[in-house]
Structures are given as structure tokens and as C-alpha cells.
Ligand binder design. Structure first.
Ligand code: URP
Ligand code: ZN
Ligand code: ZN
Length: 487
């Protein structure tokens, strides 16, 4: 019998901290050895000239999920996971989204029914909590956290999803007590509505007004407020899809004060601008997402934030809607900017875009790239060290990455179920040649090997503070005492 099921031979392994030449021996779906002359293997793959990277962990994507207006995404768990795999992502964490009045337990059951038979990559779920009722806060959410659903998103905007500040404080208090992570969509709903009403009443309805109505101040104000609410409770908080320099600065400042505040950004804030929403006719609808892409100066600030530790996580926020009546144009062929389905696709191109424009230009090191696209998300969401690294004992989730592979992104190259890509025509260098999930070959070149439903649900464990009072930021922030007394 061979020593290993598979050996990847002669590649350069990169983790979030180190880069070294080593063969990777895989047995029973896990990494069993790193070194040279490892022994015999049922299969050996030549990885010379390749980077051997931990598979990507996409911690923000909307898959087979109804939006706040109950519009279904274009990708289900099959097309979404296949698309992820072709781009080097081997774990994703989509949302089990509660709409007002729904039981969270039911929402989680439905998410499992959707993902289980279809996903080809491993997955967990974040919850979306839009209705923190007594039943949800008193029973369902604590029980779900203890069952391993240890992260959830709340919204400060979207009429049908948003919670108010008092509800946010309740959610943060519960998250702190039970050891969960709160993610927040931070935009000021009233500011957006106030601007939108003025624009619409003057007849300004085109897609470009989406970016104008979602003013950067709506985001920076809500981000600061969310940070302050988390500070009051001394609860961890992760601000998702950050697009503005000011919001980024608030996150960095909070962490420099010792707060457990984290940041996520996404490809659309590095590669798109508000000008993309100003394309001919309804074309701009393809680029409408919330928060919207900003300007070139904001792009530079977001790049800086990836480098200077503002952002821990680079996710896709893949929110796939086709450019037709099932998606972007579900309200008719000429909807006002308020009625365009929000979101852009990006699951498959997340790693190639950041590698090409980040590592390829010297803006990021290879290790920073790995941290941002894989390791940090695995750590923050309780999946590390099983996921997000190349180490003995970790799952053999690996992207064998060709750093010289030049490709032009076009819609036909990609495997999602959207009929366009916002990155059409963009040239990138670097793409995975081979993708492994728990040692199984998922993708080899242009060929998919994985079977529907072969991805596994990932159990997570909450990490409540051992002594809640002892973890407070009292020396830094007397206000946190107030949070402690309320617990
Ligand atoms: O526009 C976006 N990002 N749509 C997806 C929903 C969300 O808020 O992340
Ligand atoms: Zn959001
Ligand atoms: Zn999202």
C-alpha cells in the first residue's frame, strides 16, 4: 500500500506566514506531511513552477438566497460552488437569511436542504437576523450559536431587513455572551432614503443615481455608529463590504484602541467605480450593489487598507442576479435605481483579481494574499486550522496556482449562472490549474471532477469569554463598564 493517496511534488507552498519549497503528502483527505522524499503515493502530481496555496475561503456570498424583496439569486448551491471551485475557493460561507416573521430554525433547515444535495465544496452558514423577536433572541439564536452557527449578519439599511440601534445592542450583547461574531451592513437607511426621494422627485431615475443616493457619508456614519455600539458592549464586530476611506479609517482607529473590530472589503471596491453605473441605458444596473463602487481615490484607500491591517477579509459579496427579468430587471425593463436588484457576481474571480493586481504588482505579498483570501476568514469564523492553511492535519483544500497563467475575464469563461461579469475584458495573470478539496481533485484545468453534494457542512464551535467581565476594555474605554453591568 502506498504511503500517501496523493503527493503534490516540487511546488512552492505559501501560507499566511511563510513561503517554502516542499512536497505535500495527502492521506485520508488531510495533509499528512510536508517535506521532500516523502515516499510512495497512489498518485503524484507535478507542481513544479506552481504555488501551492490553501484553497480560498469566501466568507461573504449569497447563494440560493432570497433578497429582502424575496428575489432568488441566480446561483444555487451547485452553480455557486462550481464557480467558486474554478476560481480556487474551496470553502464558502453563504447566508441562511431570516425575513421578518420567519423562525431562524426554519431558515437554517431550508439552507441545509438547499446546500446538502448540491454543494461541491465545503460550507458553513452565517445567519441573517432581521427579526430579533423575543422568541429569536431568547431561544432560537442562543441555541443556534451553541449548535455551531456562530456568526450572523445584521443590517442598518434595507427597509425589510434593518434593525434599530436598540436591537443592535441586544444582538451584540447576545453575541458577546455566547461567543458569536456579529457582521454588519453599515449604511444609514434614512440618509439613503432622504437623498433617493429628492432624486426621484426631480426625475433622476437612472442606475447612476444608486451610487449618488448611497452617499459615502451614509456608510461612514453608520460604520462609526456600529463601532460605538460594539464598543459600548465590548462585543466583536466585523463590518462587511467596506467601500469608503472614512469607514476604513474608523475600523483601523477602533482596532488601534484595542477594540475587536474587523473589516471586510470586496473586489468591486478595488476594480469598479461609480462611473461604471453611468453606462448607456440600463447597462449601469449590472454594477449596482450596496454599498456602491466609489471613485479612484477610494480604490486607493481600500488597497491601502488591505496592506495596513484595516481589512482582515477579502470576500466576494457574490450576489448574483442576471441582467433580465429574473434578476436585475425584475421590476421591468426600465426600473428606477431604487428597484434594481442589488449585487454583483464575483465568486470565481475573487482570487485571480486580487492575485493579479495585488501580488502581481507588488502591492501585496503572497502571504498577505493568502491571509486575506483564506486564513483570516477561517480564523475569524471558527474554521481554522481545519481550513485556511497548509499544515499537517489540515484538510487538504489546496489551489495549485499557476502564477504565470494569463487569462482574459469574460462571462463565457466563468461557471456561475449569471449572464454577465462586471469585469468583462479585464486581463489577469494567475489562476489555479488544479483545485483539491479534502484531497479530492475538484477541478483540473477546464474539467470539473466533483460530484453534486460532495461538499460537507462544517461544524463550528462558539468561543464565549471565560470571564465576561475580565475581557472588557476598561482601561481603554470606561464606557464599556456600562455594557458589563447590563449583561
Ligand atoms: O448589493 C449587495 N451587496 N447585495 C447583497 C446584499 C448585501 O447587502 O450584502
Ligand atoms: Zn450587505
Ligand atoms: Zn452581501
Amino acid at each position: 500500500m502506498a504511503d500517501y493517496d496523493l503527493i503534490l511534488e516540487g511546488g512552492t507552498v505559501a501560507t499566511a506566514s511563510d513561503t517554502f519549497d516542499a512536497d505535500v503528502g495527502i492521506r485520508g483527505g488531510r495533509i499528512a506531511a510536508l517535506g521532500t522524499k516523502l515516499g510512495s503515493a497512489a498518485r503524484t502530481i507535478d507542481a513544479r513552477g506552481m504555488l501551492v496555496l490553501p484553497g480560498g475561503v469566501d466568507a461573504h456570498c449569497h447563494i440560493e438566497q432570497e433578497s429582502s424583496t424575496l428575489l432568488m439569486t441566480a446561483d444555487d448551491y451547485y452553480s455557486g460552488s462550481v464557480s467558486a471551485a474554478f476560481g480556487g475557493t474551496t470553502t464558502f460561507v453563504p447566508f441562511a437569511a431570516q425575513h421578518k416573521g420567519q423562525s431562524l430554525r426554519d431558515v437554517v433547515r431550508v439552507a441545509h436542504e438547499r446546500a446538502g444535495p448540491k454543494s461541491v465544496i465545503d460550507y458553513a452558514f452565517h445567519l441573517i437576523v432581521s427579526d430579533p423577536s423575543e422568541q429569536v433572541m431568547g431561544q432560537e439564536l442562543p441555541a443556534l450559536i451553541m449548535d455551531g452557527y456562530t456568526s450572523f449578519k445584521v443590517y442598518m439599511t434595507y427597509e425589510k431587513l434593518k434593525i434599530d440601534d436598540a436591537q443592535m445592542l441586544d444582538v451584540l450583547t447576545l453575541a458577546r455572551e455566547y461567543g458569536a461574531m456579529t457582521m454588519v451592513h453599515a449604511e444609514n437607511n434614512d440618509v439613503i432614503n432622504w437623498i433617493s426621494e429628492r432624486l426621484l422627485s426631480r426625475g433622476y431615475t437612472a442606475p447612476k443615481y444608486h451610487a449618488i443616493s448611497h452617499n459615502p457619508i451614509a456608510e461612514s456614519e453608520a460604520s462609526r455608529r456600529a463601532i460605538d455600539l460594539a464598543r459600548l458592549i465590548d462585543a466583536p464586530l466585523l463590518i462587511v463590504h467596506v467601500s469608503t476611506p472614512e469607514a476604513a479609517a474608523s475600523i483601523l482607529e477602533a482596532r488601534n484602541r484595542g477594540l475587536k473590530v474587523y473589516g471586510e472589503t470586496c473586489p468591486q471596491y478595488l476594480f469598479l467605480t461609480a462611473d461604471d453605473l453611468d453606462k448607456e441605458g440600463m447597462e449601469g444596473a449590472k454594477f449596482c450593489c450596496s454599498p456602491p463602487p466609489r471613485d479612484k481615490a477610494a480604490q486607493e484607500a481600500i488597497w491601502l487598507g488591505l496592506k495596513n491591517g484595516t481589512f482582515q477579509v477579502f470576500s466576494s459579496d457574490h450576489a448574483p442576479y442576471r441582467f433580465d427579468e429574473t434578476g436585475k430587471l425584475n421590476a421591468g425593463p426600465n426600473p428606477t435605481f431604487k428597484k434594481i436588484a442589488n449585487g454583483v457576481p464575483g465568486l470565481e474571480v475573487r482570487l485571480p483579481l486580487l492575485f493579479s493586481e495585488g501580488v502581481g504588482t507588488g502591492r501585496l505579498t503572497l502571504n498577505e494574499f493568502v491571509a486575506l483570501t483564506s486564513t483570516n476568514a477561517a480564523k475569524l469564523y471558527g474554521l481554522h486550522p481545519r481550513k485556511g492553511t497548509i499544515a499537517v492535519g489540515a484538510d487538504a483544500d489546496i489551489a495549485v496556482w499557476d502564477p504565470t497563467w494569463k487569462r482574459t475575464i469574460t462571462h463565457s469563461l466563468l461557471h456561475d449562472n449569471v449572464d454577465y461579469t462586471p469585469y468583462e475584458g479585464r486581463e489577469v495573470t494567475g489562476w489555479p490549474r488544479l483545485v483539491l478539496s479534502r484531497g479530492r481533485v475538484l477541478v483540473e484545468g477546464e474539467t470539473l471532477h466533483a460530484e453534486r453534494g460532495s461538499g460537507k457542512f462544517l461544524d463550528r464551535v462558539p468561543v464565549p469569554p471565560k470571564d465576561p467581565a475580565a475581557t472588557l476594555n476598561t482601561p481603554l474605554d470606561p464606557a464599556a463598564n456600562f455594557g458589563a453591568r447590563l449583561l
